[in-house]
Design a protein around this ligand. Sequence first.
Ligand SMILES: *[C@@H]1O[C@H](CO)[C@@H](O)[C@H](O)[C@H]1NC(C)=O
Ligand SMILES: *[C@@H]1O[C@H](CO)[C@@H](O)[C@H](O)[C@H]1NC(C)=O
Ligand SMILES: *[C@@H]1O[C@H](CO)[C@@H](O)[C@H](O)[C@H]1NC(C)=O
Ligand SMILES: *[C@@H]1O[C@H](CO)[C@@H](O)[C@H](O)[C@H]1NC(C)=O
Ligand SMILES: *[C@@H]1O[C@H](CO)[C@@H](O)[C@H](O)[C@H]1NC(C)=O
Ligand SMILES: *[C@@H]1O[C@H](CO)[C@@H](O)[C@H](O)[C@H]1NC(C)=O
Ligand SMILES: *[C@@H]1O[C@H](CO)[C@@H](O)[C@H](O)[C@H]1NC(C)=O
Length: 334
Amino acid sequence: MGMLLHFLLVLFGVLPTIFVLIQAQDQSGFISIDCGLPAHLNYSALDTGISYISDAKFIDTGVTKRILSTEIILKHVTSGNIYLIRASFYYGNYDNLNQPPQFDLHFGANVWDTVNFPNVSVTTTREIIYTPSLDYIQPCLVNTGSRTPFISAIELRSLNNTAYGKYSDKSSVLSLSFRSDIGSITNLQYRYKDDVNDRIWFPFQLNEMKRLSTNEDLLGQGSYKLPAIVMSTAAIPVNASAPLQLEWETYNVNDRFYLYMHFNEVEELAANETREFNITVNDKFWFGPEIPGYRSVNTISSIRPLTGAKRYQISLYKTENSTLPPILNAYEVY
Ligand SMILES: *[C@@H]1O[C@H](CO)[C@@H](O)[C@H](O)[C@H]1NC(C)=O
Ligand SMILES: *[C@@H]1O[C@H](CO)[C@@H](O)[C@H](O)[C@H]1NC(C)=O
Ligand SMILES: *[C@@H]1O[C@H](CO)[C@@H](O)[C@H](O)[C@H]1NC(C)=O
Ligand SMILES: *[C@@H]1O[C@H](CO)[C@@H](O)[C@H](O)[C@H]1NC(C)=O
Ligand SMILES: *[C@@H]1O[C@H](CO)[C@@H](O)[C@H](O)[C@H]1NC(C)=O
Ligand SMILES: *[C@@H]1O[C@H](CO)[C@@H](O)[C@H](O)[C@H]1NC(C)=O
Ligand SMILES: *[C@@H]1O[C@H](CO)[C@@H](O)[C@H](O)[C@H]1NC(C)=O
């Protein structure tokens, strides 16, 4: 992650509340905070052009440094709107103990997640999509051991209200598991400015897949505003009559997953060609038939969560009349 996290500073002690106001940033709908950046500094990240500001000027008193939990209040959000919130944590052995702390990231009454680190030099991120019921958002770091929690950056992005909004329980929080760019020919990650909503897309290859790609731009965009570079590549199965499959596992059968599959037909089909397929989850019919539109995005998503299994296998089967194999451009699991 190219973020400038080396300004990391851990705030200890007195005053746990940081008020954050929206600054005049040219990225409308973005709030990007580099926690611990000296107050008089701000910067644009070289790779994305995103401008980061300091949290320091929003701390109530000048005497900071040494608190046990950090509360951040993100003001100027609009209740009922949908936001993506990404928190990043970079330990970097700031305390010379060579042992990253573990702590919980709370979000209102819902536990957002436990933050832990595979090793000292890894940046950990946690990302959610949330519809606040109040005009502010208050994530909170909670100490679960003897060590001090910290946060390196927090980014808030306003999303189109009709995207990601189909899940039935609006009070729930979507916590990102995967966001995958299928069939990538560059093997690069993409985010802002390719993605106007600054989602981060990771290249991912499915088993037994072949790549398809196009140089044509997207014409049809819905509320998801997907990056053209992500949607211009796709996978089809190597064996044209076999299903295209993806899968993931979980430890807890009670986990609830929301799946968003994004399609765009990258080939101009002849009059005698059709591409249509049905989608199953663990061999049960889920959606179909899907017929991707040429140079036009459409997203198939869960209204009710997938739950009750330890392993989820999503299969795209071509229908009897389809002359072409199924295709998949990108997907997200929350
Ligand atoms: C960043 O700093 C410059 C110079 O101090 C200032 O003009 C600009 O408004 C600041 N930008 C933000 C987003 O605070
Ligand atoms: C830390 O973990 C990451 C990801 O698992 C790995 O790429 C990196 O090499 C590790 N670094 C050290 C110092 O172990
Ligand atoms: C949200 O998406 C819908 C459907 O694509 C579109 O009509 C609407 O203009 C979008 N709203 C905003 C604020 O961009
Ligand atoms: C291709 O897939 C079909 C359907 O799953 C299967 O019957 C056939 O044996 C496969 N062919 C090869 C060469 O694997
Ligand atoms: C479609 O028509 C073309 C000729 O116009 C032919 O070469 C091709 O085999 C046909 N494809 C199918 C699936 O029938
Ligand atoms: C695909 O789903 C439709 C229902 O939408 C069903 O009629 C059809 O039989 C299914 N085809 C296959 C190959 O499963
Ligand atoms: C498949 O094509 C045949 C011939 O065009 C048609 O009669 C049949 O209804 C089609 N089946 C489906 C499931 O669309």
